[in-house]
Design a protein. Structure first.
Length: 141
């Protein structure tokens, strides 16, 4: 899904995003929350919002950020085709598309989980702006 995001960014004249494993855990955790709660959204079942979740993984994180979340329940296709269908949902939404091509973002973390024919995915985008956030810290697990 990172390749799809970067292909869209290049077609819009934007720089490719760098993948980071640090917030991939946060993205995967939200995908798991959505599966367990049978919903799509930016809050956990316990009421934590996107910012709360990010700070749970990176306590000093105060940077520019955005999140896309979606699910595909059609199944019956290859994993690549299903990911492409899910990605098209984001392209069809002005807010999600804006996250994908926002010039200020430099990093992306994607978490995707498939259960049966259901694919849930979350992408987190960000640009470090705080002097407390070290670029090297973003790539440490």
């Amino acid at each position: 899904m990172n390749r799809l995001a970067n292909a869209k960014r290049r077609s819009a004249g934007r720089k490719a995003l760098k993948a980071s494993a640090k917030l991939q855990k946060a993205a995967r955790a939200q995908a798991a929350e959505m599966i367990l709660g049978n919903f799509v959204g930016h809050h956990t079942r316990g009421g934590f919002d996107f910012g709360d979740r990010i700070r749970a993984y990176m306590p000093d994180f105060e940077d520019l950020r955005g999140e896309n979340a979606a699910r595909d329940r059609k199944g019956g296709a290859s994993a690549k085709a299903q990911a492409s269908r899910l990605f098209k949902q984001w392209l069809g939404s002005r807010r999600h598309r804006r996250n994908l091509i926002k010039t200020e973002y430099r990093f992306i973390s994607t978490g995707a989980i498939q259960v049966g024919k259901h694919l849930y995915a979350v992408q987190i985008f960000w640009e470090p702006q705080s002097s407390r956030a070290s670029i090297n810290q973003l790539f440490i697990d």
